[in-house]
Write a protein that binds this ligand. Structure first.
Ligand code: PMP
Length: 365
């Protein structure tokens, strides 16, 4: 008899078991439609040329050729570069507490932990549907916070349910509730808010005193334009006295999925509050991982702090986002050519590899 025999049997992770099932399938003409990882024209993982160059530089530099750990807060150049990517150049850095995290997942996890402790929300509002891990993370961090869902995607016509989203948040949220927002490339619908719609959401957050938590996992990967993909975050930043958080992932935009590189940023109303926030985050970091992953951080820091590599990275982003767009158009054209029943126009509106029509059968990583 074991003390562990009472653990309830856990359901398998939907997204990762789909990937396993794909690998196990011996059918030679199988097609991999599991979303979550960029593949090249031979269906192979793609190492971004900017990343390959950064790796060469790191290898050739004796001062980098070691396996020491990073400071607890993370790689300093990664953190400054990460902040500039998200917020732009003209920001009051002393109002932002940033920490390197174990990728976007770790950033979401830390955000949930810190916010449940400090803000003590009654509810966390998650889009319906959303990245499945949002619910998981909040459930694991604090199961007494209610997970509530705001409408986002309307199945009937494969469109954004913006009215439903705003009505629900306006009428049912409580002051101090956290609202999880996808900065760009909404997972899994691929449908994003317009500039005007973001402004409306921002005013709901201000009026209802909600705490926005942006999940930014696709900056530059969605439209190919770093500024456009960060527009909503920068707009929220410009609203004075609105405190919020950004969970940032570098998995997709640098194609370094397995290196687990991300950051969490808390925008708070005073330099003193930022110091206190950072202190709390450092203690969480110490207790959980001590110091964050180093190799991927060096890669990203090298690219973000070097003009030539940065330019190459912009080309790489353009290549990935452009190619995905072309593939969507081809799929659309082929479906149309065959008079495939249904409306496929949404394929040309949605961004990245997401598609609302695939939602019902495809959980995403
Ligand atoms: N947020 C969203 C919306 C995502 O789609 C993902 C990855 N699919 C993540 C966060 C985090 O990914 P990672 O931990 O690999 O950075």
């Amino acid at each position: 008899d074991s003390q562990f025999s009472e653990i309830p049997l856990q359901p398998k992770d939907a997204a990762f078991s789909l990937i396993e099932a794909f690998h196990a399938d011996p059918f030679p003409q199988k097609v991999d439609l599991c979303p979550g990882f960029y593949r090249d024209e031979n269906a192979k993982p793609w190492i971004l040329p900017s990343v390959a160059l950064a790796k060469q530089r790191l290898q050739a530099d004796p001062s980098e050729a070691h396996h020491e750990h990073l400071p607890m807060q993370g790689h300093p150049k990664l953190l400054s570069g990460a902040r500039e990517l998200v917020f732009g150049r003209d920001v009051e850095l002393q109002r932002i507490a940033s920490i390197q995290t174990v990728s976007g997942t770790g950033a979401n996890h830390f955000a949930a932990q810190l916010l449940s402790e400090v803000i003590k929300p009654k509810n966390v509002w998650i889009s319906a549907p959303s990245w499945i891990n949002h619910t998981e993370i909040w459930e694991n961090v604090n199961d007494s916070i209610n997970k509530r869902f705001y409408p986002y995607y309307r199945k009937e016509d494969q469109s954004l349910d913006f009215t439903g989203m705003v009505d629900t948040l306006s009428s049912q949220s409580r002051p101090g509730d956290v609202v999880v927002l996808h900065a760009c490339a909404h997972n899994p619908s691929g449908l994003d808010l317009s500039v005007e719609q973001w402004k409306t959401v921002a005013s709901v957050c201000v009026e209802k005193k909600l705490f926005p938590l942006f999940d930014s996992a696709y900056q530059g990967f969605a439209t190919g334009d770093l500024e456009k993909d960060a527009w909503a975050i920068r707009y929220f930043y410009g609203l004075s006295h609105l405190e919020f958080a950004v969970a940032q992932s570098f998995s997709k935009n640098f194609g370094i999925y397995g290196e687990r590189i991300g950051a969490l940023h808390l925008v708070v109303n005073s330099a003193e509050a930022a110091q206190r926030t950072l202190g709390r985050l450092l203690r969480l970091q110490r207790a959980q991982i001590t110091s964050p992953p180093s190799y991927g951080a060096k890669i990203v820091a090298t690219i973000l702090s070097d003009e030539e590599l940065f330019k190459q990275w912009l080309k790489d982003l353009d290549h990935m986002s452009g190619r995905i767009k072309q593939m969507r158009k081809r799929l659309y054209d082929e479906l149309k050519k065959r008079d495939t029943p249904g409306s496929w126009d949404h394929l040309l509106v949605e961004v990245t590899w997401f598609s609302s029509n695939l939602l019902l059968c495809h959980p995403s990583c």
